[in-house]
Structures are given as C-alpha cells and as structure tokens.
Design a binder for this molecule. Structure first.
Ligand SMILES: Nc1nc2c(ncn2[C@@H]2O[C@H](COP(=O)(O)OP(=O)(O)OP(=O)(O)O)[C@@H](O)[C@H]2O)c(=O)[nH]1
Ligand SMILES: [Mg+2]
Length: 189
C-alpha cells in the first residue's frame, strides 16, 4: 500500500506538468463514467483524492497525483460523453493527446473498460491510438461487481479479442469490492 498520496495540479498544457525530475508516470484513460477517478481512489486507498460523480464529465483537465514522492498517477477526462459541447470534447481530446505524445516519463497507459457495457467503438479507437504511440497498454475492466459470472467471462473474452490484449494485460476489477488492485499496484514503480 502507498503512504503519501498528494494531489499536485490540474494541468491543461505541457507547461503545467509537474514532473521536472523524470519520475515515472502512469495514466488512467477511458470513457466518461467508466470509473477512472473511483479506481484511483481505491488504488491509493483514499476516499476523496480524485473527484468522482455519477454524472459523466466530472474530471476535466489532467490531474496529477504524486505517490510516495516516487511516481505520478494521472487522472484524465473521459471520452464518449455525448452531452458535452463540441468545444469541450475537442479541448479534452487535445489535453490528452498532448499528454500522450512523446512522453518519456509515461510507463503504462491504463485503459479502463466498463465490464457491463463492454468494449465500445471508442474504446477500440483509443486502444489503437495508444498502440500507434507504442505505449505499454494495460486494460482494466471496471465495475465487475455489476455483472454475474457468465457475463464476466464473456466480457473478458470480448475485451481480449476486440482490443487485441494478451492474458496478462487485462485485469478485472471492482472499486466497490476492492478487487484487482494488488495486481495494478505491483505495476507501479
Ligand atoms: N458498482 C460500481 N460502481 C462504480 C465502480 N467504480 C465507479 N463506479 C461508479 O461509477 C460512476 C462514475 O465513476 P467515476 O470514477 O467518477 O468515473 P470517471 O471515469 O472518473 O468519469 P469522468 O470523470 O466523467 O471521466 C460513479 O457513480 C461511481 O460510484 C465500481 O467498481 N462498481
Ligand atoms: Mg473522473
């Protein structure tokens, strides 16, 4: 478990990124409402480190958290939220793209997919985009508590196939039941 989890900054552009010394970074990406911010809270065992909401579009900007003075985790705004204005959607996209391009510090892009909803077309596009940047991708299936075993297995298979992800790069999780987090913690160095 981690000891010191600090919110550092909500950045909209490179000039605000706080990592001046080349510490490792890990980013959490995915559809709006998939559970990125909840995931970060459960991962760090904090109730309110990252803001969560039942309404999509809660996280705006790139939120940097420094963990044990060792590495950063980055909470990103979600995609695929139709009710957003075109401008908001485009600016979210640009913050995220700018962050992902040529980022030497970024070790893993965690792509969160909702277990109940399954991989969407947007998830497939995002995964392909991350792959085109040669980033290490780990897929996290969220909200596994919301489905029964049959659907769970079906989704596991669908995610692997549609996103072209290997056995070890898919982790089934639930922030509510605190399942799957130890595996992710082990990846953060
Ligand atoms: N049942 C269940 N609900 C969850 C889980 N994780 C998140 N949620 C719920 O899903 C909703 C969205 O969670 P957030 O963590 O705010 O989602 P987000 O991906 O950060 O959303 P944006 O910031 O809008 O991109 C909230 O109502 C959470 O309580 C989970 O593991 N199980
Ligand atoms: Mg969020």
């Amino acid at each position: 478990m981690f000891n010191i989890c600090e919110y550092i900054i909500s950045a909209v552009g490179k000039e605000q990124y706080p990592n001046q010394t080349g510490l490792n970074e890990y980013v959490f990406l995915g559809r709006s409402n998939v559970g990125k911010s909840s995931f970060i809270n459960a991962l760090t065992n904090q109730k309110k480190l990252a803001y969560t909401s039942s309404k999509p579009g809660k996280t705006r900007f790139l939120n940097f958290y420094l963990i044990d003075h060792r590495f950063f985790i980055v909470d990103a705004p979600g995609y695929g939220y139709a009710a957003q204005s075109h401008e908001t959607r485009e600016s979210f996209k640009n913050y995220v793209k700018e962050y992902l391009f040529n980022n030497q510090n970024l070790q893993v892009a965690f792509l969160l997919v909702d277990t109940k909803v399954g991989p969407t077309e947007d998830d497939v596009l995002m995964c392909e985009f991350l792959r085109s940047l040669h980033l290490k991708i780990v897929v996290i299936a969220t909200k596994s508590d919301k489905v029964g075993n049959n659907l769970l297995f079906a989704r596991q298979k669908a995610i692997k196939e549609k996103l072209n992800i290997g056995e070890n790069d898919l982790i089934m999780t639930s922030s509510v039941k605190k399942i799957g987090f130890e595996k992710v913690r082990e990846m953060l160095k």
